[in-house]
Ligand binder design. Structure first.
Ligand code: SF4
Length: 70
């Protein structure tokens, strides 16, 4: 699974960091960045994406590029 953060939507709530600190961190602007896309299992990645109240975490199929979430 491919993960990225829509930096326009992110409001720095850091729910993603709390859920998957191996993958997400806040940068010096307080916006989430992906530091290690394969840091957790797909299930955990999914939970982290669902934890974002702004739907700023985007999941895509690595092979097909299909938009999976949100
Ligand atoms: S949970 Fe969403 S809004 Fe909060 S830091 Fe992560 S991506 Fe940004």
């Amino acid at each position: 699974m491919k993960v990225r953060v829509d930096r326009e939507l992110c409001r720095g709530v850091a729910a993603c960091v709390a859920t998957a600190p191996e993958v997400f961190q806040l940068d010096d602007k307080g916006v989430a960045v992906v530091i290690h896309p394969r840091g957790v299992t797909d299930d955990q990645l999914w939970k982290a994406a669902e934890s974002c109240p702004f739907n700023a975490i985007i999941l895509e199929d690595e092979q097909t590029g299909e938009w999976l979430y949100p």
